[in-house]
Design a protein around this ligand. Structure first.
Ligand SMILES: NC(=O)c1ccc[n+]([C@@H]2O[C@H](COP(=O)([O-])OP(=O)(O)OC[C@H]3O[C@@H](n4cnc5c(N)ncnc54)[C@H](OP(=O)(O)O)[C@@H]3O)[C@@H](O)[C@H]2O)c1
Length: 280
């Protein structure tokens, strides 16, 4: 068993609930918080995989580890999960992490899939936060990480809902922090760039060619998560972008005319392809 390290000066870690804990960054959050001594509640759809992870973390780190198998793209299942969150007396950490991506123009992606993303990225975060925050305010301690993305800063045709839902998470987090900062609670909108997880292997991204993105731009999920937790402990900015390359990327997106010109060119190409007549 490894040495437990103290998080945020909390000498008696309570519970941490992590959505999307069956893979990728959610799994890494679970592992690193277990290492810090938190009891865990792991949420995702794949029950067997969650149970396997829960058993291993409980035995490796001598913690309690429960699972909730739930599809958080379904409003009823979100409400049931939120009801469980309300029952937790000592919720210290909430990580709203579960997510997925689609490929295709907004008009072409089936509305059911779009609403699943809407619910998973936004409704689930809103309901779970609303269920968990009052207890944190009462106990005057807590931390919430909402996993957004560098996509929150971009406009990419073909990625409308992803960009929009991730931008929502950023604004939601920044604003909540303003409300709760006097209560000893820390909020973070974690905005990773390309990270080596299952994200680019599932759903619409099943055939994604990872080599299309230069190796140097990818980060490992364990590194993203340890930087995120460190930033939270150091009380860094609410909107946290891990890795200097991702921070540079965000700066370029926001300030460089190259990106604006590229976007303009792409939009023009699409207009020409559709033979449309548009107001400029
Ligand atoms: N990887 C990247 O390059 C990248 C970059 C920026 C931001 N992000 C964000 O990081 C977060 C974590 O993604 P990841 O990269 O770790 O991806 P991942 O390896 O694919 O993990 C996604 C997790 O979300 C869970 N999940 C998906 N749909 C769900 C649903 N309907 N209900 C409940 N759980 C669900 C999955 O579990 P089950 O399948 O078992 O349900 C899995 O545990 C996402 O919000 C993503 O948007 C990722």
């Amino acid at each position: 068993m490894s040495q437990k390290n103290i998080f945020l000066d909390w000498k008696n870690p309570g519970k941490a609930l992590i959505t999307g804990a069956s893979a990728g960054m959610g799994f890494c959050f679970a592992k690193q918080l277990a290492q810090k001594g938190f009891d865990l509640i792991l949420v995702a759809r794949r029950r067997d995989r969650l149970q396997e992870i829960a058993d291993k973390l409980a035995s490796d780190y001598s913690i309690q580890c429960e699972i909730i198998s739930a599809d958080l793209s379904d409003i009823d299942e979100i409400k049931k999960t939120a009801a469980c969150v309300k029952q937790i007396g000592n919720l210290d950490v909430l990580i709203n992490n579960a997510g997925f991506a689609t490929i295709g123009d907004f008009a072409d992606v089936p509305i059911e899939k779009t609403m699943q993303m809407f619910n998973l990225h936004m409704a689930s975060c809103v309901l779970l936060t609303h269920a968990g925050l009052p207890g944190m305010i009462k106990r005057k301690r807590g931390a919430i990480i909402n996993v957004s993305s560098v996509a929150a800063f971009t406009l990419t045709p073909g990625n409308v809902m992803y960009d929009a839902t991730k931008a929502f998470l950023k604004t939601f987090s920044e604003n909540i922090q303003l409300e709760v900062r006097g209560h000893g609670i820390r909020i973070q909108a974690l905005c990773p760039g390309f990270t080596r997880t299952e994200f680019h292997e599932v759903g619409d991204f099943k055939n994604f060619d990872r080599s299309a993105v230069p190796d140097s731009l990818w980060m490992m999920p364990d590194d993203v998560v340890s930087l995120s937790l460190k930033a939270l402990e150091e009380n860094k900015e609410v909107v946290f972008i891990p890795g200097w390359k991702n921070r540079l990327n965000k700066w370029i997106i926001l300030h460089s005319s190259i990106v604006r010109n590229y976007l303009h060119k792409k939009v023009k190409e699409r207009e020409n392809l559709s033979g449309g007549n548009h107001h400029d």
